[in-house]
Design a protein around this ligand. Structure first.
Ligand code: SF4
Length: 352
């Protein structure tokens, strides 16, 4: 199930393949093995001794207030602790992951990772410990060209930049960022990679379709030559306003077999789509990642999926986009047709 356009046009298809080829540069065989495990293990109902991937939330807080984002809701502010990931705990976690061959980490979850004053130290530490794939997701406001240059030197695998729309639309959604400055910065990132003769980090730009739709030609023409991939995303129900849900029959979710997520307070959760932190499966302050991953709560999360009762059992699954039925809708942008998977019954309006 795709919620973005990447495979629907030949040029985008090749870009997408190149994106992933370049992402694994330097350790292609390990990358391929990781991709095989990623898809095969959930299909077989298996989980390794360690997750293939760990998401580490450096900060639950964000320096933007995008109207479609769950971090702006009263519930999120009330229920999610807004703390920074403790650096000593981070080092302990990375030591364990590196010693046990965990392939990849993402330094991001709900908030903006670069607001953590030790963001670069976190990347450096994981790099020094030999984590093969490090990636992050950022709104780019605090990421400077100097920081980016160091990410290139460390051969960070990839970076996703959230960028909704162009001009005033972008500035309205992503205040206090300024469109021209943000584009200039991303162009500079592209130049830095060229100057250093590096394809990494591969850069993916992502935005929600209703924002891009206001001037899609401008969006694509601005970014096509300076990023590695553009993902046009459906606007999901991040604000939890949908009231009726149509589910994929017999849905089995692969996520609890693939990855573990640590919130910025050190607690572990079943899933990255549990953004309110309703299903806590452990605490990295008190347990090892091995014990959390192999503990009874993760085992039950996997069992619920295999028995096709995830949606009936877990609150986050009940409202999760992955479990919901979609319809495919085509949108024309110049010569390109964007095929979006949209949630059935969902109105895609920013803030709704
Ligand atoms: S919340 Fe969504 S992604 Fe997470 S386990 Fe449930 S269905 Fe899967």
């Amino acid at each position: 199930m795709l919620f973005f356009n990447k495979l629907d046009n030949p040029a985008d298809f090749w870009k997408h393949l190149r994106f992933h080829f370049n992402r694994g540069r330097g350790h292609q065989l390990r990358f391929l093995w990781n991709r095989v495990r990623w898809h095969l293990y959930p299909a077989l109902g298996l989980a390794g001794h360690y997750p293939d991937h760990v998401d580490i939330e450096l900060s639950a807080a964000c320096n933007m207030r995008c109207p479609m984002c769950y971090t702006t809701t009263a519930r999120f502010k009330r229920e999610v602790p807004h703390v920074l990931f403790d650096f000593e705990l981070y080092k302990r976690v990375i030591d364990e992951l590196a010693a046990n061959g965990v392939y990849s980490i993402r330094l991001s979850w709900r908030g903006e990772p670069t607001v953590h004053p030790r963001f670069m130290d976190c990347v450096r530490y994981a790099h020094e410990k030999g984590i093969r794939e490090i990636d992050s997701l950022t709104n780019c406001l605090k990421l400077t060209p100097e920081m980016f240059a160091e990410l290139v030197d460390m051969q960070v695998a990839w970076l996703t930049i959230s960028f909704d729309g162009t001009g005033e639309t972008y500035e309205k959604i992503r205040a206090p960022a300024k469109f021209d400055e943000a584009v200039a910065k991303i162009r500079r990132f592209h130049e830095i990679k060229k100057e250093k003769g590096s394809v990494k980090p591969v850069v993916r730009l992502q935005g929600v379709w209703p924002a891009i739709a206001e001037d899609p030609e401008r969006y694509f023409s601005t970014f096509e030559s300076i990023v590695d991939e553009i993902s046009v995303n459906s606007l999901l129900d991040y604000l939890r306003k949908d009231e009726t849900f149509q589910y994929v029959p017999d849905f089995v979710c692969p996520v609890p077999f693939q990855r573990l997520v640590l919130g910025s307070d050190g607690r572990a959760f079943m899933c990255i789509n549990d953004e309110m932190g309703q299903v806590c499966v452990g605490d990295a302050h008190k347990e090892t990642i091995h014990d959390i991953w192999n503990g009874s709560k993760m085992a039950e999360a996997r069992r619920a999926q295999l028995e096709k009762r995830g949606v009936k059992t877990y609150e986050p699954c009940k409202v999760c986009y992955l479990a919901r039925k979609t319809v495919q809708k085509p949108y024309k942008v110049g010569n390109r047709t964007i095929m979006l998977e949209e949630l059935e019954g969902r109105t895609m309006v920013v803030g709704k």
